[in-house]
Design a protein around this ligand. Sequence first.
Ligand code: ZN
Ligand code: ZN
Length: 456
Amino acid sequence: MIFQNLARNNEIGSSSYLLDTGDCRVVMDAGMHPSAESTEAIPNYQELEKNSVDAIFLTHSHLDHAGTLPVLMRDQPEAPVYMTAATAALTDALLHNSVNVMSSKRLELGITEYPLYGHRELDRLETSWKHLEYKKPLDLTLETSATLHDAGHILGSSGIMIEKNNTRVFYTGDINFEDQTLITGADFPTEDIDALIIETTRGASPRDPAYEREKEEDRLLAAIQATIDRGGAVLIPVFAMGKTQEVLTMLHKFKTSGRLSDKTPVFIGGLSTKMTILFDEFADSTPRKLPGFEIFRDMDVRAGSKKGSRKPIVYQKGAIYALSSGMMTEKTTSNGFAQTFISNPKNGLLFVGYAAPDTPAGKIRAMNRGDIIELNPEMPPVVFDCEMEEFDFSGHSEREALLDYMLKVAPKQIFLVHGDIEASRWFETQLHEKLPDCDVVIPLPKKHYTIPENPA
Ligand SMILES: [Zn+2]
Ligand SMILES: [Zn+2]
């Protein structure tokens, strides 16, 4: 079999991989680079001849895995597209949002290639996506089959097992082995895997060995309570999909256990409302830590900007605002709300996820109180003078858990992907020592790598 990394660089960006089993050419993921623009954000699809792909799979709906699916489908119109039903619903919503983002960038930055696809094209393509369930093998050809396994990363996320005769290749997508507050941890195979293609996101960031998710939840609750006690309000900038629902579930747990007053108003806004509705739709059909729990039915959540209405979110002390975007990007709800919020010393700004250093959230995290920040070039700069705390609720497994999995699987070959080069290098060093017979590869873009097949 031949494996090829279609991403432009060894980094977290436009994830896409080709596996050619000899009788079936499979593309796994079709990402868009989160910070590159225009055609630079698209994987090296020119490596694929038109109509040369037999099947396309998406592991999950994050844009770095799904954002250029319509572009790939245009080149490969005959390839069926497979993903879980939840991934399909979330991807549809996120790609429509992406059309809006690209359209405004076209106007503001003059990027004439944008949008890379349109709403109507998406509506047409979306109807052809085929839904797969976890652990139900699908025959792609007489010799090659594919099976999805729950990756525990976000709703609907999966790893993909490609099996040809008795040779098995497993691509993990993004993984979380640990239970989150709402989403349960990964349920991955460990037996008879010949080659593993695995993410390395957190390879360069060791976690405090004393870390426990429950303790981190307690720390978040304490920060919320302290803010409310001093007469302020709480702002938690969150990604609309995934982190919003995790944070809301934590707040639900705090309230139902009596540790937070159930009168505390909770607001969400921006794209989060739509995403939360989708999470609720899959409450009964996907694995959950709180079976059947539906956020909008079981919690008193106030949606600041409901679909269609653009009503601004009003500040009130004692309230919690979980607003997107997580990186407080310009023109998003969290960015606009922060404009006056972060200058009030009584308020608390709590970060629960990753923020790139060059984004407003990344800049604030590196600041001291009293520093001045321009959150939006169209508004005056503001003084950052509220309490700020950071929490670790990553949707990615810590590096030790990934390494343990690799050692347990002990495949003949490991391809280290989806990580900055230092992150992949950490795994490479560990594996050379702990799995000396394994062929460990950081796959260079465009290069072809052979995966040996077992004798039939
Ligand atoms: Zn992801
Ligand atoms: Zn990713």
